[in-house]
Design a protein. Sequence first.
Length: 75
Amino acid sequence: MSETASFDPKARYGKTSERWGNLLLPAGAAQVDTCFVFEGERETTYRVSRVNVFPQDPGKRLYYYLRTRDNPNNS
């Protein structure tokens, strides 16, 4: 398992909740199964489960994530 990444909470994009959301980051910043925390919120770990293109900017991607603990949607 790789090291846990850290992302700025300002990278959250669109509708989010405490269990899931989207990050808008440069292409290649993460991949499916990348585990990460938000800077300043290190007690909760999330996992990227999908990577989608972002049509408005070809250099960016939408990374859909789920909380890794206590999340009934985490598969």
